[in-house]
Design a protein. Structure first.
Length: 418
């Protein structure tokens, strides 16, 4: 069925609605009825885009994931129709031999008027080429060039991954030619140098979720962290590059200054980085094991925001990042945030205004920033309030309307031609 025959759904008019394809390589389960289960971090964005575009969204996924729990959101027709395009094989297999993982990718036959490709992804250059005459929009959430050598990997593997990341970067840059790209970090513009680039936040925070949230209290008493433990929270992927080991060490650093703090780690792990064993080992060696709580994965939504509401300070001492979605969620509920000044964080947020910014791997700076929040009630109030205001101004709806507006222009321009 051609693009002009596809059903139009949602609130947009027939003259402005656009049928989109969306590719993501996240863990997913595709069901026979065209529905799919996938992580809510991606699912929320896809759903909001589909509603804003007013057309049919064809969601291209590798539907053979066997993981349970991470695929916490279900999308279904008529708003979204999921297509299993092939197995999610290893990154080298997808990059060097893409055919098996692209066997069901047929955007022209599916009536897509444009295809959004989420990256970086081993298949991104191949998908761009497979789109043929269908306009392409790149959503770049990160950069493999930001990958750092892992201590748990042998030297040969670290060297091989670095070489592959360089080769991938070259092909992504080449694949960006003539397309529209959205990045959530200005530093990523260089990874798509031949595209028309727009900077957005890709936030998971909606207007409805913020309206339903009661801001956390920052009116701490004088005994906070002395007799009443300070509650620190980290949420997201639990990997060492996010600075989770530094967060554990910070508990010991704070104790040396006379403070007591607990640390909740909420999120999911990766098979390639079994960091939780090191977290437990380090906590035992520092005698802070009773202060570290590993909460596991919590689906995006009310339950996750309740975890934020139980905290006093959100910490993300990441080594490298683009723009952490969990940081935006914490700010939406008014949590004071301490984050590394890396990637897009320093672009979007000002130190001691919307967040406290530190250098990565610096446990002393992390402890300093937390101590400043303990001792300075005006600082806590300012960072909490300004962070929440920023969230209100950058909701998912606001960002999505900007994205869809640019997508419509891109599609219209492609139809007119040069």
């Amino acid at each position: 069925m051609g693009a002009e025959q596809r059903p139009r759904v949602g609130g947009a008019s027939a003259t402005t609605a656009v049928n989109l394809g969306y590719y993501s390589h996240v863990d997913a389960v595709v069901l026979p009825d065209g529905s799919a289960r996938l992580p809510s971090a991606v699912g929320n964005l896809v759903r909001t885009l589909a509603r804003a575009s007013g057309g049919m969204m064809t969601l291209y996924l590798h539907g053979s994931s066997g993981r349970v729990g991470i695929e916490d959101m279900q999308l279904a027709p008529p708003l979204v129709r999921a297509v299993d395009i092939g197995p999610r094989r290893s990154a080298p297999a997808r990059f060097f031999s893409p055919g098996r993982s692209l066997r069901g990718f047929q955007p022209g036959s599916d009536g897509a008027e444009a295809v959004i490709v989420q990256g970086p992804s081993p298949l991104l250059p191949h998908i761009v080429r497979a789109c043929h005459d269908v306009p392409v929009i790149l959503f770049i959430w990160g950069d493999y060039a930001g990958w750092r050598s892992q201590t748990q990997f042998p030297a040969w593997r670290n060297a091989a991954i670095r070489s592959w990341a360089m080769l991938y970067g070259m092909r992504q840059r080449r694949a960006s030619r003539g397309h529209l790209a959205f990045v959530n970090n200005p530093q990523l513009i260089s990874s798509v140098p031949h595209a028309t680039v727009k900077t957005v936040t890709f936030t998971t925070v909606s207007q409805a979720s913020i309206a339903a949230l009661e801001p956390v209290s920052t009116d701490w008493g004088p005994d906070k962290a002395r007799t009443d433990p300070l509650r620190l929270l980290y949420s997201g992927r639990i990997v060492r590059d996010k600075g989770v080991l530094e967060a554990v060490r910070c508990l010991d650093a704070l104790r040396a200054r006379g403070y007591t703090a607990t640390l909740d780690l909420v999120g999911w792990t990766q098979d390639s980085d079994p960091v939780l064993d090191d977290v437990r080992r380090l906590a035992r060696s520092l005698d802070v094991e009773a202060l570290v709580h590993i909460g596991g994965y919590i689906p995006s939504g009310p339950e996750l925001f309740r975890a934020y509401a139980r905290a006093d300070v959100f910490v993300i001492p990441t080594y490298w990042d683009s723009l952490p979605r969990s940081m935006l969620e914490a700010m939406a509920i008014g949590l004071p945030v301490v984050a590394s000044n890396v990637g897009g964080i320093g672009h979007f947020f000002r130190d001691r205004d919307t967040a406290l910014l530190i250098e990565p791997r610096r446990v002393d700076q992390l402890a300093d920033a937390i101590e400043q929040l303990i001792l300075d009630p005006e600082l806590r109030k300012r960072v909490s309030g300004n962070g929440r205001v920023w969230s209100l101004e950058h909701t998912q709806e606001v960002e999505t309307e900007e994205i869809v507006s640019e997508v419509r222009k891109h599609v219209a321009s492609a139809k007119v031609g040069p």
